[in-house]
Design a protein around this ligand. Structure first.
Ligand SMILES: [Zn+2]
Length: 286
């Protein structure tokens, strides 16, 4: 039988820890209070068992609340392994989305957040804020004012360009969330996949998205359909033209971004896909 992967705990406040699971580079966070533990995402069934053991290394207090960051299965599977029967907190639309998609083995949240809600337990507070759609439609920011950190999952991958085509993202909502994050009274931001990082990364991401969109607009003008058609063999069809336009726009935009952002992780792999996402936004408005 394979051994348990080497997870790590990083203390991020006097009573809070980041739990990092190495398979897929997943992170979640918990706070120990005088009356029990508040725990964010269980991740998956194997990680949840390790997460439970990690919490038990820090405290013998029971888990009293589990919070789902958002409705994506790769972050919220295994609450029944992490803390069976414990109340689960999530955005109000999470139960409906899970049932709509047919995922009936995910324990449903019973404490539903519409706007802002604060969990108070044993002298500690988690302020849950819905910032609107950004990554997905149900992402809750967890703000710990006392320890000056915020967790917002799958939004700011510190040190990396955004993941692939910013899947399931709302472009203006993403920008709005970054501005809200940057204005929060915190020092540290937690993401679902990157280590705890300085909150300055929210502003860096905002500038990156602005520059990404600007570069894509310039590249799109340079790779307009007439230019692309002239470069293709005679008789090329609309599909060939569309695909050539996407490839050339990505190439030209990435060349503009590289001097500033080329040192960011995943730049060569994901920046072209980021351009594809920006192009879809320009084409569709969404
Ligand atoms: Zn997600």
């Amino acid at each position: 039988m394979a051994s348990t992967p080497a997870w790590t705990l990083t203390q991020i406040g006097s009573r809070s820890w980041n739990f990092a699971w190495p398979i897929g580079f997943y992170n979640t966070v918990f706070t120990v209070t005088d009356d029990g533990v508040i725990a964010l995402d269980p991740l998956n069934r194997e990680a949840a068992a390790a997460y439970r053991a990690a919490i038990a290394q820090v405290t013998d207090q029971p888990i009293r609340f589990v919070v789902y960051s958002h409705d994506h299965l790769d972050h919220i599977t295994g609450a029944d392994v992490l803390a069976p029967g414990v109340p689960i907190v999530a955005h109000k639309d999470v139960p409906g989305l899970l049932l709509h998609r047919g995922f009936r083995d995910i324990p449903l949240p019973t404490i539903l957040v519409d706007g802002t809600r604060t969990i108070e337990l044993g002298g500690e507070q988690w302020e849950l804020q819905y910032l609107g759609p950004n990554h997905g439609r149900t992402n809750l920011a967890v703000l710990n004012r006392k320890e000056r950190w915020v967790a917002l999952i799958d939004v700011v991958s510190s040190g990396l360009v955004p993941y692939r085509e910013l899947p399931l993202s709302d472009w203006p909502g993403f920008i709005y969330a970054l501005d809200r994050l940057a204005a929060m009274p915190v020092d540290t931001i937690m993401d679902g996949h990157c280590p705890p990082s300085p909150i300055a990364w929210a502003g860096k991401y905002r500038r990156y998205l602005d520059d990404l969109l600007a570069a894509t607009i310039v590249a799109r003008e340079q790779a307009d359909e007439a230019t692309i058609l002239a470069e293709l063999p005679p008789g090329a069809d609309g599909i060939q033209m569309t695909e050539a336009m996407f490839v050339k726009t990505a190439k030209l935009a990435v060349e503009q971004l590289r001097p500033v952002y080329g040192s960011w992780g995943a730049f060569e792999a994901w920046a072209p896909q980021n351009v594809n996402r920006a192009l879809i936004y320009l084409i569709t408005g969404e």
